[in-house]
Every structure is written in C-alpha cells, then in structure tokens.
Design a protein around this ligand. Structure first.
Ligand code: NI
Length: 192
C-alpha cells in the first residue's frame, strides 16, 4: 500500500467531475487500498479519488478512529449516487485538501445511497449523522464541489487569504501534498 499525495485547494483536479468506474480489476482494488492508507495517514475520515488526482467516482469513508463511530467499518463506495435525502443538520466540516479551515455547513441528516462495492456488486445503504455527512462531502468532491462553496460570501471573503496560502502550498501538514508551489523535498506527481 502507498500513501498518495493530496491535491490542495486551487488545483484544477478538485474542480473536475470524476467519471464512473466501468469495471473491477486488481488496479482498482489496489487504488482503493491506497486511498484508505492515505486517509488514515493524513488523519482524515473521508477521501474522494480526485483529491489524489484520479478522475474516478470512488470515495472512502473511515470514521472508525472516532469514539462515537468506532464500530463503523471503513467503507469504499464506487459510483455512489444519493437516492434520497431527509432532514437537515448543521455540522462543522474540514477537508484534507483545505487544511486548517473548519466551517459549519448545512446538509441532509439521513441519506440513502446506491453504490458498487469492491466486488462491483450493486449495493444500497442508509446513512445518518457523521457517516452521511462524510459521504455527502466526498460525493460533492466527485462533482467538483468543495465545502467552502456553501459558505456565504462574507465568510468566504474572510477565508480568501487563507485559501490563497493553501493554493501556494503554505500549509503545515504531515502528509504529502500537491500545490502550485511544491514544498521542498516533495515530488511533483502527474494527474492520472
Ligand atoms: Ni474534502
């Protein structure tokens, strides 16, 4: 397994729509393993494929490190699609592509999602609370949407300077990143 570098805010990969995965193969299994490794290493709870430069509709969710969701097994969703949404709740969100920024975002509370599992079987699940939150955040990524897009203009204006710094790679994180200016010692990687 390997840790993949995470693309920072401002990189165009984060604004592109990922494409459906057509078939299951060993490469897909390995890539999903790498995504799990990457999200764990970065101390995150979810990751979308375009955050690591791949335009495929794949997300991983791993909330097992958090006390209230420790029984929830890590899960990979291929070609996820929200079938229905219910309720509304406000939660603070962050993103591995936007380090050190946390803001409250309104989202549905309960969702029903259709997806393919790692054997490429059709599945459906109902998620609520934190898990639903992470899934919606990651599915947004696959559509080129970031959580800061939901903030009102005044809040976004306040964040502008911080976002510009992230874009330039001026972040202090423990995981490898891809930004406009690569920090010393980091390797540039090509988008798939
Ligand atoms: Ni994110």
């Amino acid at each position: 397994m390997s840790v993949l570098p995470i693309y920072m805010y401002g990189q165009s990969v984060l604004r592109r729509k990922a494409k459906p995965v057509r078939s299951q193969d060993d490469e897909l299994t390995k890539f999903v393993d790498d995504m799990f490794e990457t999200v764990r290493e970065a101390g995150g709870i979810g990751l979308a494929a375009n955050q690591v430069g791949a335009f495929q509709r794949i997300i991983v969710v791993d909330v097992s490190e958090m006390e209230e969701t420790k029984d929830q097994a890590p899960i990979a969703l291929i070609n996820p699609e929200v079938l229905s949404e219910e309720g509304k709740c406000t939660m603070e969100e962050g993103c591995l592509s936007i380090p050190e920024v946390r803001e409250e975002v309104d989202r549905p509370e309960v969702i029903r999602v259709r997806y393919k599992d790692l054997e490429f079987k059709d599945r459906e699940l109902v998620a609520s609370g934190l898990v639903a939150r992470v899934m919606l955040h990651e599915i947004d990524h696959l559509n080129g949407v970031l959580f800061v897009d939901y903030l009102d203009p005044a809040k976004k204006k306040l964040l502008r300077g911080r976002l510009n710094k992230i874009q330039r790679g001026e972040v202090e994180v423990s995981y490898p990143i891809v930004s406009d200016v690569l920090p010393v010692g980091r390797q540039s990687v090509q988008a798939k």
